[in-house]
Design a protein around this ligand. Structure first.
Ligand code: APR
Length: 261
């Protein structure tokens, strides 16, 4: 891809500033700089916890105590995390009227903590615990304080209301995300390896409906050379503030970079 990073940032800022309907799709990478490890890669969660043993609904049904070893470690990390400049940048874009919504695969609540108002939690939220025997629901914090693994009044071990492998996407989130993908004019894809369906299908859906796809990721992904129009290679917490800076005070006479098509 031609164009320096500055050129790419300027081009992206121009697209965002044009004020079309922009939607963001985020993944674990946006929260890495908040101290939450991503899932894949050498430092990823799945290096430590085999997803087949810890992250499928079958694994939870077979051995919920074991899965709670991973969940309680994950919840401790999430509780100690704060939004970074990338989360704040997306909230700022929304306040500026330049971002319509965030579709996130993350379950860390950091977009909401940063001030984003329209957040579609594609993989659920750990704020509630649900009983898969009697479908009772409980606020997480309270129940977890009672002990790990947390139990329902009926005696069954509770499951956080997040999507395990093998479970469907919450119906409302799937509907809302598809509607956003079909109707947006720009999709900002930030910090996802785009390997997990159906979330990884959102960029292609958006593209097929005419959206331009801007990807922010230090690495290439399966989207980069197929769907992405403009890949800004780098960390999200560095790039989002640069984009906002560029929108607020655009450099005059900047060159347009070449884009993938
Ligand atoms: N800024 C932007 N992107 C980053 C950063 C950063 N600072 N650091 C890492 N990344 C990128 C990585 O290059 C990688 O492409 O973030 C991506 C993280 O990928 P994954 O760990 O696979 O996370 P994600 O795509 O969100 O995973 C999807 O898989 O295991 C399931 O349910 C889990 O929601 C998760 C889903």
């Amino acid at each position: 891809m031609a164009g320096s990073r500055n050129d790419l940032q300027r081009a992206a800022a121009e697209v965002l500033a044009a004020g079309g309907k922009t939607v963001a799709l985020t993944g674990a990478g946006i929260s890495v700089e908040s101290g939450i490890p991503a899932f894949r890669g050498s430092q990823g969660m799945w290096e430590k916890f085999d997803p087949a043993e810890y992250a499928t609904i079958g694994a939870f049904l077979r051995n919920p105590e074991k899965v709670w070893e991973m969940l309680s470690e994950m919840m401790d990390v999430l509780l100690g995390a704060a939004p970074n400049a990338a989360h704040r940048g997306l909230a700022e874009l929304e306040r500026m009227g330049l971002l319509r919504s965030v579709i996130t695969q993350n379950v860390d609540g950091l977009h909401q903590a940063a001030g984003s108002r329209r957040v579609i939690e594609f993989h659920g939220s750990p704020e509630a615990l649900v009983c898969i025997a009697c479908w009772n629901r409980y606020p997480s914090a309270e129940k977890v304080r009672e002990g790990i693994p947390p139990r329902c009044g009926c005696g069954a071990i509770l499951k956080p209301d997040i999507v395990f492998f093998g479970e469907p996407i919450p119906w409302g989130a799937q509907e809302d995300a598809e509607a956003e993908a079909r109707s947006c004019s720009v999709l900002l894809v930030i910090g996802t390896s785009a390997q997990v369906a159906p979330a990884c299908e959102i960029p292609r859906q958006a593209k097929e409906h005419g959206a331009r796809v801007i990807e922010i990721n230090p690495e290439e992904t399966p989207l980069t050379r197929t769907v992405t129009d403009l890949h800004i290679q780098g960390g999200a917490s560095e790039i989002l503030p640069c984009l906002i800076q560029e929108i607020l005070s655009p450099h005059s006479g900047s060159q347009s970079p070449s884009e993938n098509h």
